[in-house]
Ligand binder design. Structure first.
Ligand SMILES: Nc1ncnc2c1ncn2[C@@H]1O[C@H](COP(=O)(O)OP(=O)(O)O)[C@@H](O)[C@H]1O
Ligand SMILES: [Mg+2]
Length: 356
């Protein structure tokens, strides 16, 4: 008689099974990455906790399924119970002073204005919040602050508590902007030192509480505000927004060069106004050409994060203070923003968790 010898199920056996599940972005198994905890075994029933590096993980379902299946395959296991959650890692220290409570700071930039930086910042922030992250949005365009209009919070009267400025909140995103502090009709003509002070105050004197991601909508170009932002704290990285035209691409490359010179990781390129698709049609009209953002990203060896079509619902949502990602998250345009949000979150995790 041959008796089938089954190995006793121990936490080590469970861990070994889970070691076969790889995170495709981090190229490491989920046990080594510290994603597995709280293993409990009762007879044939196994319980464990899976903690992803971001609630916006693009491979969330894949990792969850593979982890459950890996444990289910262990001989003798009759039932698997998995609790899935996420914890955004903190910034990897690189010598600059972090902002207390804020895990990751993402700068959204472009070489020139009008390419959709604010539009991308706003929809990216809302998408990350919808995916379950705690998100803030800092309008660093001190002299041309557009975030409040697009976020529908332009009537906010700032309040201070215990010597700290309280941000406002809409669509699950905390917001601060210079527009709250100045008269809309008065042009802001601040220069160097004042810009510098305002940006530093927005980082450190605002009651952000705990944030997974602070999105920073940068002013166009590579001037004083960019320098301040890069120097004032440690950034997780920059997202460069570009349109498919050659000029915008060249400007995008300047943004890339600035980040690289300042030792800020480039999270990738987003191509905005990529193509136009008439409602109900499957045909795409490539008004400004197409694919330039991807080519520039590839040539520079940085990730391409995705493309956003030219769509009237995007402009209307912005003008009305009701961004498309908030009002119609199921629409293809919103799905494009949500996909980009996941790619950005994945890049942030990669930079936070892999050695420099
Ligand atoms: N993909 C898009 N489709 C249609 N309109 C867009 C799109 N992206 C941006 N816009 C519009 O273009 C204008 C400029 O965008 P904005 O985000 O303010 O650019 P930036 O911050 O780079 O100056 C806004 O009116 C905005 O609504
Ligand atoms: Mg803008």
């Amino acid at each position: 008689m041959v008796s089938v010898q089954t190995e006793a199920i121990t936490p080590e056996v469970v861990n070994n099974a889970l070691r076969t599940v790889m995170d495709p972005d981090l190229h490491t198994d989920i046990v080594t990455l510290g994603m597995i905890s709280d293993i409990k075994i009762e007879g044939g029933k196994v319980f464990f906790k899976l903690t992803l590096t971001t609630p916006a993980c693009p491979v969330k379902e894949k990792l969850e399924t593979e982890a459950k299946e890996a444990v289910a395959k262990i001989p003798g296991v009759t039932e698997v119970e998995m609790e899935s959650g996420a914890a955004v890692a903190g910034l990897k220290p690189r010598g600059k002073e972090p902002v207390e409570g804020i895990r990751q700071i993402i700068a959204v930039t472009s070489g020139k204005g009008g390419v959709g930086k604010t539009t991308v910042s706003v929809n990216l922030a809302i998408a990350l919040a919808q995916l379950g992250a705690r998100v803030g949005l800092l309008d660093a365009d001190i002299t041309g602050p557009n975030v409040p209009l697009m976020m529908g919070v332009d009537d906010y009267q700032p309040v201070a508590k215990d010597n700290r400025i309280l941000p406002t909140e809409n669509y699950g995103v905390k917001v601060i902007s210079m527009a709250f502090f100045v008269n809309r009709e008065t042009p802001i003509i601040w220069r160097g030192p004042m810009l510098d002070k305002a940006i530093r105050q927005f980082l450190r004197d605002v009651q952000w509480d705990e944030l997974d991601y602070l999105i920073v909508d940068m002013p166009p170009g590579t001037g004083d505000a960019q320098l301040t932002m890069v120097q004032a704290t440690q950034l997780s990285g920059g997202v460069i927004v570009t349109t498919p035209q050659e000029v915008a691409l060249l400007d995008g490359q300047k943004g890339l060069a600035m980040f690289q010179q300042m030792d800020v990781p480039v999270l990738g390129f987003v191509e905005n106004m990529s193509y136009f698709q008439p409602p109900g049609s499957t045909e795409r009209f490539e008004i400004f050409g197409h694919g330039g953002g991807k080519r520039v990203a590839e040539a520079a060896g940085v990730p391409f994060l995705g493309e956003i079509p030219l769509d009237t619902s995007i402009r209307e949502g912005g003008d009305l203070g009701a961004p498309i990602t908030a009002t119609n998250p199921e629409s293809p345009v919103s799905q494009a923003f949500i996909e980009i949000a996941k790619q950005v979150a994945a890049q942030v995790s990669i930079h936070a968790l892999t050695p420099a």
